[in-house]
Design a protein around this ligand. Structure first.
Ligand code: SAT
Ligand code: MN
Length: 584
């Protein structure tokens, strides 16, 4: 009888025959292995050692200047039926896609080492976790995967036990943007990524596996793979509620996940616990509640804007044993980025002398840190719990300069699904392309849903069944601006005031006003002690603009119709119910 690793061994040999590496290295995830890789990368300049006194064991990596973000226009979902990928994805026929990709991979690892990385997404012993194997020719990817996943011997043992895994093949190729494709075959549980070394394109456990492939898998297995942070809020009585929140990339998920309560709250004994900052896998437990795990083991966070004011927990987390990508450096070789609040850059992210007079940022706007979650002061021991944590509230939020109030609550699950489906947000530097353009980003999954959004919304709706104890659903907007173009809400730690209202709503202890778009708090329903808000801020954060929402609902109706007959009737009905209530 063959070993349960036969399929893996055979695939590795097949890939080696195609890519022709000089050597094959099976990663065990050990410290010795990591030390050797890091030394090799330091010697060839892939990693630059940062100031050992201020940032022990920390490294700077400068990517190719054309390879600094995800590339949505080069990302494909290849299902046998085009309609299964949906209008939300770029599609290629699987056979064509394999032919195209295999031609790129042909001989691409000549003279390089091929690394085989077995990894587990989620706690190694959790039934919610799933394993994969990434084959790559990038030692930088290996070092990052070691931080971001449970990588090495334990994952290989689980793969051997289960006999199944996601196949991910990656090569940096020549880092040529014209020869760059990120391609998914959800029906074959396979990923092929060529020509980029950037996080979301190259660390295949993250967006490719844990969102695009996993969302597809989750649909057939009855769970959800979501672009959500998970945090725990402990009240002064010692009770903890868990919240999962979806925001597009670079909209403050890491900051919210590591929130430090405002002073008054801290004195009263409130605490916030971090479970994850980017991805959430959840499924119904025996009691009908949704239980969630963070499939990742580290944070791949946006550096710019991270400071002692915005996110002290992150700053402490990245004080040592961190890989920085595309940040600037100071004269004494400390990492630096815009918004850091101390130090001065002398070398920019490309490695050139930094010239203040040009007015361009010193760090790339999408520069990142990769760091183990265990280094985070607010990391919850529950993050390692095999059963996951029960979710009390689901939050959707985007960057909306106008119209959308600070917070509202959905009436019920179906309304909540519509709220998520209708999410809009202004684009950020996390993907290449224009920044600040408003687009629909349903559930923050536009770049990550591995199948037709219409079917995805249907899957969400299907969780509402007898016996289910579903979380309440909310929508937030931290990014509302005033007439002067400045943010109206202080954000960061003060966001806890909004989260507290949600928890009290869950417990039936806080008030709200019913409106057609959902239940809005009155100012008095929120604890605003110590927050100074202008009259304009109060009006816009807690108000509801019927004319504006009528237009918004017309646009949401159009968006749903783009999906044709596959769009669940229940969502159309919900959109029409609200449009009607708005007097459209
Ligand atoms: O895509 S990444 O994971 O590299 C970053 C993000 O957009 O969330
Ligand atoms: Mn993300």
């Amino acid at each position: 009888m063959g070993s349960r690793l036969d399929a893996l061994n055979q695939w590795v040999l097949e890939v080696a025959r195609l890519t022709r590496p000089a050597a094959i290295h099976w990663c065990d995830g050990s410290d010795t292995e990591n030390a050797q890789l890091v030394a090799q990368m330091e010697a060839d300049g892939t990693l630059i050692r940062l100031n050992e006194e201020t940032h022990p064991n920390s490294w700077l990596h400068r990517s190719h200047p054309d390879d600094v973000a995800r590339v949505e226009h080069l990302t494909f979902v290849c299902t046998s039926e085009r309609e299964d990928a949906g209008p939300n994805n770029h599609w290629m026929a699987p056979a064509d896609a394999h032919a195209k990709m295999d031609a790129l991979f042909d001989g691409c690892m000549r003279g390089r080492t091929m690394y085989v990385i077995p990894y587990c997404m989620g706690p190694i012993d959790s039934p919610l976790s799933r394993c994969g194997v990434e084959i790559t020719d990038s030692p930088y990817v290996v070092a990052n995967m070691r931080v971001m996943t449970r990588m090495g011997a334990a994952a290989l043992a689980r793969i051997e036990r289960e006999g199944s895994f996601i196949k991910g093949l990656h090569s940096i190729g020549e880092l040529d943007p014209n020869r760059r494709f990120i391609v998914h075959f959800p029906e074959e549980l396979t990923i092929k990524s060529f020509g980029s070394g950037y996080g979301g394109n190259a660390l295949l456990g993250k967006k490719c596996h844990a969102l695009r492939i996993a969302s597809h898998q989750a649909r057939s297995e009855g769970w959800l793979a979501e672009h959500m942070l998970i945090l725990g809020i402990e009240n002064p009585q010692g009770e903890t509620h868990y919240i999962a929140a979806a925001f597009p990339s670079a909209c403050g998920k890491t900051n919210l996940a590591m929130l430090i309560p405002p002073e008054g709250y801290r004195e009263d004994g409130w605490k916030v616990w971090t479970i994850g900052d980017d991805i959430c896998w959840m499924r119904p437990g025996p009691d009908g509640r949704l239980y969630a795990i963070n499939p990742e083991a580290g944070f791949f966070g946006v550096a710019p804007g991270t400071s002692i004011n915005s996110n002290p927990n992150a700053l402490e987390t990245i004080a040592h044993d961190t890989i920085f990508t595309n940040v600037a450096v100071t004269a004494d070789n400390q990492p630096w980025w815009e918004g850091l609040n101390h130090g001065q850059p002398v070398i920019d992210w490309r490695g050139n002398d930094y010239d203040f007079s040009k007015g361009t940022p010193a760090a790339h706007p999408n520069s990142r840190f990769t760091v183990s979650a265990r280094q985070c002061p607010s990391y919850s021991h529950k993050a390692e719990d095999a059963q996951g944590v029960p979710i009390s509230a689901i939050v959707f939020g985007g960057r909306r300069a106008s119209l959308v109030p600070l917070v509202f609550e959905a009436r019920d699950w179906t309304h909540g699904v519509l709220v998520g489906a209708a999410m809009g947000s202004e684009t950020t530097a996390a993907a290449t392309g224009a920044v600040g353009v408003m687009r629909r980003d349903p559930m923050a999954m536009k770049p990550f849903c591995g199948y037709n959004f219409a079917d995805y919304f249907g899957h969400w709706l299907s969780f509402d069944k007898p016996g289910a104890q579903l979380p309440k659903v909310f929508h937030v907007n931290w990014f509302r601006k005033g007439d002067d173009g400045k943010f109206l809400w202080p954000g960061f730690g003060d966001n806890l005031r909004v989260l507290e209202w949600m928890i009290k709503r869950v417990e039936g202890k806080a008030g709200a006003v019913e409106t057609p778009i959902g239940n809005l708090p009155k100012e008095a329903d929120l604890n605003l002690d110590g927050v100074r808000l202008s009259d304009e801020a109060r009006a816009k954060l807690f108000g509801f603009d019927a004319d504006g929402w009528r237009n918004e609902f017309a646009s949401i109706g159009e968006f749903l119709r783009e999906y044709g007959p596959r769009m669940p009737e229940a969502l159309h009905a919900e959109q029409q119910r609200i449009a009607g209530a708005l007097g459209a």
